[in-house]
Design a protein around this ligand. Structure first.
Ligand SMILES: O=C(O)CCC(=O)C(=O)O
Ligand SMILES: [Fe+2]
Length: 323
């Protein structure tokens, strides 16, 4: 690659798509989304009606209150690999790095609210309701985007809406609140990351970030959902409260016979001299219900249930989960 091409990749703009007037401008917005999914894999939504900037800020404030709880309290809802729910800290070792992510996170599923996989109500009384409402809003926004993908693949418009029914017991969609610890004064070796390079294994991730809390980087150029190599040209994604960073996951890359790209991404560990205070983010992973069969229109890959797809991916990604 020429030097100029390398510079172009590093400075590459992530497409920004305004959701203003989605119902009236759907055809235009759909064109932009499909172009972004086929070419960049990552795109940023702005001006969506819901969740609003105020609702996103409220969700971040709640997340901060949760992570401020004592570790022993948070550990009462431990991460369960087979369920893909619960709280973990500095325990996820990505296959790409071999060192634990410098973060803590809690994963929750909508249909399981109120059971042992959610923190008990009295800890933060409004936690469950606020998180559930935020999930509902983010889910609806996700379904708008997934409907666009369904039509582009030749499926009925509600195809992915039906396969991502979060009210059913087979649901697998998950929200993940993330807190990257304050590491002020610590210089981690270069093999340490806040989140090591990985692809997401869902259909579509909706990521919320906070202005000033940068660090996310993406790597373009992945051609098959089964390939694990990464390039070394990373593009930073600026964090802005209110925007929704969308990225295609491996499940949709498989479902689209590799037409829509699921890219490697990572979160840098800032070094001494950089802003090393806490970073918060929120990810909503749209994952098809367990019993749904993933089968692309061209049949490039053998059909597989979404249950097996997620189980295989969690084994790969949490295989070395440290306890
Ligand atoms: O925190 C971020 O910005 C990215 C998180 C992420 O990629 C993930 O949890 O899969
Ligand atoms: Fe990710």
């Amino acid at each position: 690659m020429t030097v100029n091409a390398e510079i172009a990749m590093k400075d590459r703009k992530i497409p920004k798509i305004s959701m203003h007037g989605f119902a009236e401008r759907k055809d235009q917005i759909a064109k932009e989304i499909i172009h972004a999914a086929e070419n960049s894999g990552f795109f940023i939504l702005e001006n969506q009606e819901s969740p609003s900037v105020a609702e996103i800020e409220e969700m971040f404030a709640l997340s901060e209150r949760f992570f401020d709880l004592p570790e022993a309290t948070k550990a009462r809802t431990p991460f369960a690999k087979t369920e893909n729910t619960g709280w973990e800290t500095c325990s996820q070792i990505r296959p790409s790095t071999g060192s634990p992510d410098q973060k803590e996170s809690i994963q929750l599923q909508y249909h399981r609210r109120g059971d042992r996989t959610w923190p008990e109500d009295p800890l933060i009384p409004e936690f469950q309701q606020t998180v559930a409402e935020f999930m509902e809003k983010t889910h609806s926004l996700s379904m708008n985007i997934l409907s666009v993908f369904a039509l582009a693949l030749g499926f009925p418009e509600d195809f992915f809406v039906k396969s991502h029914d979060v009210n059913k017991s087979e649901a697998q969609s998950t929200i993940r609140l993330l807190h990257y610890h304050d590491i002020t004064g610590t210089q981690f070796p270069s093999s340490y990351w806040r989140a090591g390079a990985h692809t997401d294994y869902d259909c579509l991730t909706m990521l919320f970030q906070k202005t000033g809390e940068d660090g996310l980087e993406i790597c373009p150029g992945r051609e098959a959902h089964t390939s694990f190599g990464t390039g070394d040209l990373w593009t930073p994604v600026k964090a802005r409260t209110g925007e929704v960073v969308c990225n295609i996951g491996d499940m949709l890359m498989a479902w689209s016979d590799d037409r829509f790209k699921s890219l490697y991404h990572r979160v840098r560990c800032p070094g001494i001299g950089e802003k090393q205070s806490s970073r918060y983010s929120i990810a909503y992973f749209n994952q098809a219900n367990k019993d749904v069969e993933i089968k692309g229109p061209l049949g490039k890959y053998p059909a597989m249930t979404a249950h097996k797809y997620i189980l295989d991916a969690t084994k790969r990604n949490y295989g070395e989960l440290r306890r």
